[in-house]
Design a protein around this ligand. Sequence first.
Ligand SMILES: Cc1ncc(COP(=O)(O)O)c(C=O)c1O
Length: 432
Amino acid sequence: MSKNNDRSSVDGVTMLGALKYPSSCASSAELLNLKSRFPIFAELPEVVFLDNASTTQKPDTVIDTIENFYRRQCANAGRAMYSSSLLASQSIERARHDIARLINACPSEVAFTSGATDSLNAVAWSWGLANLKDGDEVLICFQDHSSAVSPWIELQSTLARLAVNIHIVPFQIHAVGDYDLKSIKQAVTDRTRLIAIAHIHHVFGLEMEVPEIREIVGDDVVITVDASQSIGHTKVDVESLTADFLSFSGHKMFAGNGVGVLFAKKERHAEIISFRSGGRMSSIGTDIDDQSRNRFINKIESGTANIPSIASLSASVEFIESIGIKDIREHVSELTKYLVEGLSSLPGIVFGPGPVTCGCPGGFGIVSFNFEFASSFDVAAALANENIHVRSGAHCRADHASSDDLIRVSLQVYNTRSDVDILVQTLEELLG
Ligand SMILES: Cc1ncc(COP(=O)(O)O)c(C=O)c1O
């Protein structure tokens, strides 16, 4: 990938001289030439996309799946007996099987939503509303993403109107960036019913110690895992995570927008009430007997599905499996190390919690930092003017910690050492 250095500066941002890319060993993604599978990189060769924790780019097969639906087989699912409608239903069920395989679940434990936010809300409103009683406690971390925290705050105020007072008990993140297990131990009581955790933190990029958290809270406490930043980066296995619920978005794992997944363990299905009611999303036939109404999937899914995006999940799982999740993890981890090395040489850099502060080599592609003498917003805007896409700000943290304003660089399997070199050299130029 080459960077276009010929354009003028915009809004007074330093114009860069010709960049020289240090020669570096080709990484596995470079060898696989993965960028060639992502049409956007051919369309926009000047862009260095380093905001993958926000969303991922889409491989050709995902785009083809979505286009094919609208061009050749546009029909609603579960509504008719003609072939395109039956195909739509089949593609939904195929995606359910593919996702179940990816996360080591049964297809009957996988429901489709509109995204991780929707899935996380579904846990609060279909499980929390039905099961939490006066005096019960829910453990959450306010440094997590708002989508994992806000549904419980909203539920608390709705239940209060019904004279059911639940308590939100906060636990903390350690200075290095993972959960402070001591604070979880201190927060657990015999009234704890649920703990909401992230698998990988969206700003600090560390993998949380989920099995250890299960040991601390015990078998009776429901664990809801937000896997938004781990899916497509590392193995997400609902059994080894001992998750009761697990949520993620399709768009962060190379699939289309507007689709998410909610996994719910079989043992929880009877405890769940309908999240949304209405017409069924996918199954063929018109039966509305109690048995079908009480199925987990039917309590979560209703109305017309986002069929092309759901179908694109199959293409994205196929993409992930064609590389292998171990190789994706290894590549991203190696590149994270390379990124940290490059950034460390920059004057005035202050790393946020994460791979640098925890002293763990590698990581999951997320590195956050700021500079002593420049605001994160200004630096991110200057990088944007050089076609380098990163994120800045409070990163949707539930505590809206603007004092922790950080630049976040986030990598995926198609990123290369050249991308990192361009970022580091551009920062050198901008800060120099
Ligand atoms: C950890 C985490 N949880 C939840 C979400 C919300 O995902 P979505 O906006 O796709 O619903 C995000 C998005 O950035 C996230 O990083």
